[in-house]
Design a protein around this ligand. Structure first.
Ligand SMILES: [Zn+2]
Ligand SMILES: [Zn+2]
Length: 281
């Protein structure tokens, strides 16, 4: 099968924890979830609370749903929507869930245990959809059919995290969330994102927050990057569009708008991720 459309939708763009303050509604407070739709192939990246809204949207389609879900890592803000993803409760649906094992814990046990007694009234096995786990690791290239491939690379983040690149024909998108840059330019990361149409980048901090100022301690070692590093990487790797993502929990709409303006001045093709935003390639 051959498709021409490649559409990226942002369902959750906030980092750390969901937040619904009145001054944060323009950009949104749901945690990480990005949908990539290539023809009728549904790919989902992370399952923060944003996946709940995606679930309601998919249920409205009324057809059976087949999808591939890629988890970057299992910190709460990337998995906490899974027990509330309504398509998991319908027998007719099938999903493959990809992610990394954590030392001696299999990927499936890490996910299933979030619904264990006494943390959840529903157990994983209560979900009726056909759910299959696939363990992946850094540098795996997966052919998911219809000419779509995903590649993964390990990022510098506490407890480890994977970043993904999705390629289809001459179109591509890179999803790099929860990573700490350890050099000005990481050549491996630059090669990974080279020439991509869309680079979704962890911009949790500003450079001032990351390096610290006279009255504020540095955030080095917290596992996140800055919008300035995103701009630098996007320019060096000749990406088509930079999407600033994983907004800091306390960041208001006004602050995000200010950062977006500054970032655009440095790299015109930058946009701040907003909940509900769609990008077509
Ligand atoms: Zn996160
Ligand atoms: Zn994390």
């Amino acid at each position: 099968m051959s498709y021409n459309d490649f559409e990226v939708t942002f369902w959750g763009v906030r980092g750390s924890s969901p937040t619904f303050e009145p001054d944060m509604r323009e950009f949104g407070g749901n945690t990480s979830c990005v949908q990539i739709q290539i023809g009728n192939r549904l790919l989902i990246f992370d399952a923060g609370t944003g996946i709940q809204t995606l679930g309601r949207n998919l249920i409205n389609r009324k057809k059976h749903i087949d999808g591939d879900i890629f988890i970057t890592h299992t910190h709460w803000d990337h998995i906490q929507g899974l027990p509330f993803f309504r398509p998991f409760f319908q027998k007719k649906n099938t999903f493959k869930i990809y992610g990394q094992r954590k030392s001696n814990l299999s990927f499936s046990s890490v996910i299933k245990d979030i619904m264990k007694y006494p943390y959840s009234p529903i157990r994983w096995d209560d979900m009726e959809a056909n759910l299959n786990f696939k363990e992946i690791d850094s540098e795996d290239i997966i052919d998911i059919g219809d000419g779509i491939t995903t590649k993964s690379i390990k990022t510098d983040h506490p407890d480890e995290c994977l970043a993904y690149r999705i390629d289809y024909k001459d179109k591509s998108c890179c999803y790099l969330t929860d990573l700490e840059h350890n050099k000005e330019i990481d050549e491996e990361l630059k090669g990974f994102v080279k020439g991509t149409d869309i680079l979704i980048y962890d911009s949790n901090f500003t450079d001032d927050e990351y390096y610290g100022t006279f009255d504020k301690p540095s955030k080095k070692g917290w596992g996140h990057s800055t919008w300035q590093k995103g701009v630098r990487l996007a320019k060096e790797a000749s990406v088509g569009k930079l999407v600033l993502f994983h907004h800091k929990l306390e960041r208001t709409d006004d602050e995000l708008l200010t950062i977006e303006t500054k970032a655009k001045r440095n790299f015109k093709k930058t946009i701040m991720a907003r909940e509900g935003m769609k990008i077509h390639i």
